[in-house]
Ligand binder design. Structure first.
Ligand SMILES: [Zn+2]
Length: 87
């Protein structure tokens, strides 16, 4: 009760570099305007290095005037995994 269980993430989802190596498809989703955005992992790896992690990270929605915050999802075959830290 009240004990925090840290989720153990599979290695191929932990960093941008591993997601690239394993060809994991990643997109960002804005819960406010329900829009999905493409995520360019190669650009992220260049900007932040391959050690960068998208888990628990949020970004600004790119849709003009929305002001929402996106979170990241990985798509593995037909399974979608939200890259969110459990609270
Ligand atoms: Zn939005």
């Amino acid at each position: 009760m009240g004990r925090k269980v840290q989720r153990i993430w599979p290695k191929h989802l932990q960093t941008v570099g591993e997601m690239l190596r394993q060809n994991v498809d990643v997109f960002a989703h804005c819960p406010k305007c329900q829009t999905d955005f493409e995520v360019d992992l190669e650009t992220l790896a260049i900007l932040y290095t391959g050690h960068y992690s998208l888990i628990g990270r949020h970004g600004k929605c790119k849709r003009r005037g929305c002001g929402g915050r996106v979170f990241f999802n990985a798509r593995i075959h037909t399974v979608f995994v939200p890259l969110l830290e459990e609270k």
